[in-house]
Design a protein around this ligand. Structure first.
Ligand code: ADP
Length: 473
């Protein structure tokens, strides 16, 4: 059988109950009996010394007759529920409360020895075989003129003491049973607060282990178990999200690779089998070349994204003039801009604006942002590049008045392969990787990038870089 926490807890509980019962049955039982015996012995000893010092010593001094003593002690023996004897040191019985006075026959306790009590004042047993059942016998010496003249011995039946001990023990057993019943409440608490939530957590982990990362469960408690359940469910949702992203990523990569490959294959086959006549070959080879360029771009983007994603991206930080870099990048787009009748306006702060960053990577960021701005701008519009300096930071803005980004896409454009529906018609070559690379680079610099955009009005991308200190030049 599978050992569950619950069965272990139950077993522990049962062992605890048995142990409790055993302790009461043995240890507590003998302690109670011993205590009652001592208490009874104490009472009887007090009585016996009292008799020894009064009636018995008067009897030996002949101040009182045996009949009177017998009468008194008979009454006392009924009251104490005990037998009272007066006995000589030799063992000869002077008087006993259980039988009438008989002066004719001599009664002797064979082998009587007062040292039987050892260091105590009482003894248990059959008292030199005088009784058939066990008795508690208490001794008190009768002294006169510094001599022991006899003994007052009081015998009480052990059965009475045992009976009271047992009734006391019965109370202990009832208390024990009540205690165990009450402690069942702990078991109920344990079941409700630990065991059942744990079972739910285990069921969830089994589902996760089987790959069902979308399995949902909840534990409504605000303690450590609730926290564990919440952490587990969060972990599963993160794994599920990352799995979904992975699947999407692979689907996107395959799709983006497949379409240029299909068209390359199609054109080449058409040229080979003569569907495309030789005089048109040049035109179609141009198209094929274009498609291979797109594949190269895609592969390069994937590679650089992979490199950037690797932990501890190495940045080669140097101080450079961001204004000068912006001018250069803008100039490299001159041809494209002319074709689309787009002008670039530069609003740069200061002659030079030194920043501390990885020059090559920031150039790639600028290139991506400007490329997008021009791609998604309408003809005869202006793209504005601006730098401002505030609180030791340089803000670089790339602003266009193009198609803009729908509100619901704003959160997604930095994701890999994401392209808005608006842009699909305008940009067939786009990979959807440019902005995610851009974001990785800026975050690796511990800086930020933001976008403000309105659909149909235009977009503005702003990122920050740290101003270079004078001495860093
Ligand atoms: P792509 O290489 O396809 O441009 P990006 O990651 O650079 O990929 O951009 C992702 C998507 O974000 C683009 O496909 C486009 O839909 C949208 N986008 C980016 N920049 C702009 C912009 N300036 N204006 C409108 N849409 C933009």
């Amino acid at each position: 059988m599978k050992k569950t926490l619950y069965s272990k807890f139950l077993l522990g509980y049962l062992i605890f109950a048995c142990f409790g019962f055993l302790v009461v049955a043995t240890f507590i039982s003998s302690m109670t009996l011993e205590h009652l015996k001592r208490e009874k012995a104490d009472t009887l000893y007090r009585e016996s010394t009292l008799i020894a010092n009064t009636y018995a010593s008067d009897l030996y001094d002949n101040k009182i007759s045996l009949e009177v003593v017998k009468e008194q002690l008979d009454a006392l023996s009924v009251y104490l529920n005990a037998r009272i004897w007066i006995i000589n040191p030799s063992g000869r019985m002077i008087m006993t409360t259980e039988t009438p006075l008989d002066l004719e026959t001599e009664q002797v306790v064979e082998g009587f020895d007062p040292t039987i009590t050892e260091s105590s004042f009482y003894t248990t047993g059959t008292f030199f075989d005088c009784f058939s059942e066990e008795m508690l016998s208490v001794f008190a010496p009768i002294t006169s003129n510094y001599k022991v003249r006899g003994y007052v011995v009081i015998h009480a039946g052990m059965d009475d003491i045992r009976a009271s001990s047992e009734s006391l023990l019965n109370i202990s057993y009832i208390m024990l049973a009540i205690f165990f019943l009450l402690s069942l409440i702990i078991l109920i608490f344990f079941t409700e607060m630990v065991y059942l939530p744990l079972r739910r957590i285990i069921a969830a982990t089994e589902q996760y282990a089987a790959g069902n990362m979308h399995y949902e469960f909840s534990v409504d408690s605000e303690d450590e178990i609730g926290y564990l359940a919440a952490s587990l469910s969060y972990m599963a949702s993160e794994v599920a999200r990352s799995e979904d992203n992975q699947k999407k990523f692979i689907a996107n990569v395959s799709h983006d690779f497949r379409s240029p490959l299909t068209s390359i294959k199609g054109y080449l086959e058409a040229m080979l089998d003569g569907t495309i006549p030789p005089e048109l070959h040049e035109k179609y080879i141009g198209i094929v070349l274009n498609e291979t360029e797109r594949l190269t771009k895609l592969t390069n983007s994937l590679l650089s994204l992979n490199n950037l994603n690797m932990k501890g991206m190495v940045l080669e930080k140097t101080v450079f003039d961001i204004n000068e870099m912006i001018r250069r990048t803008a100039a490299s787009f001159e041809g494209t801009c002319q074709k689309k009748h787009i002008s670039i306006s530069l609003v740069l702060t200061g002659e030079t604006l030194p920043v501390l960053a990885d020059k090559g990577k920031i150039e790639q960021v600028l290139y991506n942002l400007l490329d997008n701005a021009i791609k998604f701008s309408h003809p005869d519009s202006t793209v504005k590049l601006e730098t401002t300096e505030k609180h030791e930071k340089v803000f670089i803005s790339v602003k266009d008045t193009g198609i803009g980004i729908p509100k619901e896409s704003l959160k997604l454009i930095f994701d890999r392969f994401y392209k808005t529906d608006l842009s699909r018609g305008k940009d067939k070559k786009g990979t959807g990787l440019g902005l995610s690379i851009t974001k990785e680079i800026i975050h690796a610099h511990n800086e930020n990038i933001n976008v403000v955009s309105t659909e149909g009005v235009g977009s503005e991308f702003i990122f920050t870089l740290p101003v270079a200190d004078e001495e860093e030049d």
